[in-house]
Ligand binder design. Structure first.
Ligand SMILES: *Cc1c(COP(=O)(O)O)cnc(C)c1O
Length: 411
């Protein structure tokens, strides 16, 4: 039960804020590692990680020092000037990813917009598509952010309702999921390709849709299809990237390389927003001065933090930990073996537990877990997503598993 202080703060948010979220009734004040505390000092284990933005843990001591130091030195300049941290950040990100060029923005949605612009320019100026005819193929169930362009090609009615009219140039194909097997999905993409197609834009695993993991080999087939048809394959790894699935990028599980990559969330080291679109010079060279930009994009504060955050993925063993503990966590969740659980799926420390719709409501289960000291979030009413910070220890995870098991068996 929230205390009167929490009640007061919740009421204030409800009174003065737009109601575009439905938060769980807990008011957080402090974070450290995998833990969060509310304003009354109650401690919780974070199983949401700000939708996978908190891979390094809350208030990573070294990143805190870096952000403090940089903030007191130089934080914001705009890209009207060169800045001391920017080049090192670009070099680091291109080195670890193997892409030639990076364009930095702030939020994920902005980096997706950047990818769309890049793909279209490449389509007109390299591929030779007729003016204003470029098409991008997306998947059903996609989530790429909340701008009007992006929600315009979402298949989720609640994201679009009342926000039209929407832009043209997007067509939907079938993601490899549920009823749609690998061959059917690839055929669906193939059937949408025509001379105006500049790109295929997909998530290698759909996070917001409920951790939908496509059949093995799907991404490889999609890669082949795009190459064969001179279409760019652009992957949105804003949530799946930077170790979340147990590899640096989710596409590393299939040994392919996309033509464009979108990163965000964990790139900021759980400190601040920074996002990026990565691609080849062939694609990126279509951006010239004045064609695209962002006041805060690539600012010294964010790039200083992000540069170190990338190194810490390796030095803190975050990717390894995600792979190892992710497998362990999944096996333990499967072992609960209860009739309310329909499916357990995911890769790395990114696991969805789908519940039997008729037996329990996912939001209620999150409330029960909250009472046990676990912060969790449902998606699409029937799936609970477990995505702890990648620095979580086996002991902390064992504690969580024990609580989850207890709550599910009590239903
Ligand atoms: C979170 C997310 C986005 C949007 O990022 P914002 O920073 O919220 O704009 C886009 N794509 C995917 C796959 C995401 O998970």
């Amino acid at each position: 039960m929230p205390s009167s202080l929490q009640d007061q703060l919740i009421k204030k948010e409800e009174l003065f804020g737009a109601q575009n979220y439905a938060p769980l009734a807990v008011v957080l004040e402090k974070g450290e590692g995998a833990y969060l505390w509310d304003v009354d000092g109650n401690k919780y284990l974070d199983m949401v990680s700000a939708y996978s933005a908190v891979s390094h843990g809350h208030s990573h001591p070294e990143l805190v020092k870096i952000i403090q130091k940089q903030a007191s030195k130089l934080a914001i300049t705009s890209r009207a000037f060169y800045t001391e941290p920017f080049g090192d950040f670009l070099e680091k990100l291109t080195n670890v990813s193997g892409f030639e060029n990076v364009l930095t923005m702030n939020t994920g949605a902005e980096a997706v917009e950047t990818a769309i612009k890049a793909a279209r320019r490449w389509g007109y100026k390299t591929k030779g598509i007729k003016e204003d005819a470029a098409e991008i193929i997306v998947a059903d169930g996609n989530f790429h952010g909340r701008t009007t362009t992006i929600v315009g090609f979402s298949s989720e009615e609640s994201y679009k309702d009342g926000f039209g009219p929407f832009g043209k140039g997007f067509v939907e194909a079938k993601y490899c999921w549920s009823e749609c097997d690998l061959e059917t999905s690839i055929k669906s993409f193939e059937s949408k390709i025509n001379k105006n197609t500049c790109a295929v834009l997909v998530e290698p695993i759909q996070g917001e849709a409920g951790i939908r993991v496509p059949e093995e080999g799907w991404l490889k087939k999609l890669r082949e299809l795009c190459s064969k048809n001179n279409v760019l394959l652009i992957l949105d790894e804003i949530q799946s990237g930077l170790g979340r699935t147990g590899k640096l990028f989710a596409y590393d599980h299939e040994n392919i390389k996309p033509d464009g990559l979108i990163l965000g969330k964990a790139l900021g080291g759980a400190m601040l927003p920074i996002s990026a679109f990565l691609s080849s010079k062939e694609v990126m060279d279509h951006f010239n001065a004045g064609s695209h930009g962002s006041t805060f994009g690539g600012n010294p504060l964010a790039t200083k933090v992000a540069c170190r955050a990338i190194e810490l993925l390796y030095e803190d063993d975050l990717i390894e930990n995600s792979a190892k503990l992710g497998e362990y966590f999944k096996s333990k969740l499967k072992a609960i073996d209860n009739k309310i659980i329909k499916d357990v799926r995911g890769k790395g420390l990114w696991i969805g537990v789908e519940l039997e719709k008729s037996k329990v409501n996912a939001k209620n289960l999150c409330l029960m877990l909250l009472n046990e000291g676990l912060l969790c979030k449902e998606t699409h009413k029937t799936v609970i997503r477990f995505a702890p910070p990648l620095m979580i220890t086996k002991n902390e995870l064992d504690w969580a598993i024990q609580k989850i098991t207890k709550v599910i068996r009590s239903i």
